[in-house]
Design a binder for this molecule. Structure first.
Ligand code: URP
Ligand code: ZN
Ligand code: ZN
Length: 459
């Protein structure tokens, strides 16, 4: 059966028009006015609404064994949260540790998502060690359609790679034509600073940021960029949080290094005073890189609007309060992460577009189109065009509400953005032509999501 979305204002990364969209067999087949459609078509009237391409979250953690525990969501809960928030595709970090076999890890992550995710998805494949088997394993994973690797320069001894392993990974990525995403913090400095602070009796969550200062992230970013420059590989810095790291990334970009930059929702809206709150309240806001001094927020917004920051993800990573309290005696034991998969689009629209900090088209670009382009999904995803998947977000710009744990779908007992005002939200969301959200509620088919394979034509 076909789908017709009529009377809406279609907004993409580079255009705005009033037109109707017709989709059949999961794909947009016609865009125009006064379209003639078969009688059994599902018709959605989008009068007064904006119609965006399905949003893409390029950085989430769903299945995640980390810091002696597991992140709280499963693929069903996270994908429903994503869809209600307008995200129709996410790219999850597949993160086997240094002690695990990479190929077994990849199969495990795939098995968790398959038949469980209600939206489409892909993975960044982590390389957490580089051994004799790595090249053949990664070849197999890339042949399965994966477009990107992930390395951690932090989390020493668990996810983190040494410089030699980073070099080998970048060489391999260049050979295979994939991009390398990187968490950029200097692992040695983080562990030394953590030990020093703990030895001084500084154990609370307020010491998390001083244990990973801005200079430590800037060094990691610059080192990653230097390795890219000298291997010719293409890189993507994940969750860049502060001005010194941005300067390092921009210096590399201006030299012609192939480097993309992602920042994540918490760093635009929350600052380090959230993590300085006493006890569990502070622990809820512990993530890495940490929430920063508030002066960085204006820098990030300006860089995003100018396109120096390419994408906005969430780094969705829910741990509940009981898990956060694992770190009650030492901030180094607080599981790192803040959820956000459900709130990214609404908060970016509210605090970016509505407040005049972010151009409407740059919003679509950063929250959807760029991720599709960088990770080999464009033009199937990330735009509204004939031939693209019918992933549509019909967005009510007049809606007013508040973020609250009471209404969220993610499986967690707090929301890091509790009480933030929302102006605008998705009312209808489709995935490949099927209505998955209606009137702001999940009404769709669980387990409908597909593992997306990169489009070889795009590389
Ligand atoms: O604090 C964070 N970001 N938790 C998830 C793991 C990571 O570093 O992305
Ligand atoms: Zn990270
Ligand atoms: Zn992450």
């Amino acid at each position: 059966m076909g789908l017709l979305v009529k009377n809406g204002v279609i907004v993409t990364a580079d255009s705005i028009s009033r037109a109707d969209i017709y989709a059949e067999n999961e794909t947009i087949t016609r865009i125009g006015t006064d379209l003639e459609v078969p009688v059994d078509t599902t018709v959605i009237d989008a009068k007064g609404k904006l119609v965006f391409p399905g949003f893409i979250d390029p950085h989430v953690h769903i299945y995640l064994p980390f810091m002696s525990t597991f992140a709280k969501d499963n693929h069903e809960s996270a994908s429903i949260a994503a869809l209600v928030g307008g995200t129709t595709t996410f790219i999850e970090m597949c993160c086997p540790s240094r002690f695990d076999d990479a190929l077994e890890g990849y199969e495990l992550w795939k098995s968790k998502a398959a038949g469980s995710s209600a939206c489409d998805y892909s993975f960044h494949m982590s390389v957490t060690k580089f051994g004799p088997e790595t090249e053949s394993q990664m070849r197999e994973i890339v042949a399965d359609g994966i477009a990107s690797f992930k390395i951690f320069l932090s989390y020493k001894g668990f996810f983190g790679v040494e410089d030699g392993e980073m070099y080998e990974t970048l060489q391999l990525a260049k050979k295979l034509g994939v991009i390398v995403t990187a968490h950029c913090e200097n692992a040695e400095l983080v562990s030394r600073l953590q030990a020093k602070l703990l030895s001084e009796g500084k154990t609370g969550p307020e010491w998390h940021e001083p244990s990973r200062p801005e200079s430590v992230e800037a060094e990691g970013t610059q080192r990653f960029a230097t390795f890219l420059e000298n291997t010719g590989a293409t890189g993507y810095v994940v969750h860049l949080s502060c001005e010194p790291a941005l300067r390092a990334a921009m210096a590399a970009k201006s030299k012609g290094t192939a480097l993309f930059v992602e920042s994540v929702l918490p760093h635009f809206l929350l600052d380090k005073t959230y993590a300085e709150r006493a006890g569990a309240e502070g622990m809820k806001h512990v993530m890495s890189p940490p929430l920063r001094h508030i002066r960085n927020q204006e820098v990030l917004w300006n860089a995003l609007n100018a396109g120096f920051i390419d994408t906005v993800g969430t780094d969705h990573c829910p741990f509940d309060i009981e898990q956060k309290l694992l770190g009650k005696d030492a901030f180094t034991q607080i599981p790192n992460g803040i959820p956000g998969i459900e709130d990214r689009v609404n908060l970016l629209y509210t605090y970016g577009v509505k407040s005049g900090r972010l151009d409407l088209h740059r919003f679509v670009d950063a929250a959807s189109t760029q991720s599709a382009k960088i990770f080999g999904l464009f033009p199937r995803k990330g735009t509204i065009a004939v031939g693209s998947d019918a992933d549509l977000v019909i967005f009510d710009p007049e809606f007013q509400g508040k973020v609250s744990v009471k209404t969220q779908h993610t499986q967690n007992d707090y929301n890091g953005f509790e009480g933030f005002e929302i102006q605008g939200r998705p009312v209808v969301v489709t995935v490949r032509g099927q209505v998955q959200v209606s009137d702001g509620k999940f009404v769709g088919q669980k387990g409908r999501g597909k593992l997306l394979k990169r489009d070889p034509a795009y590389f």
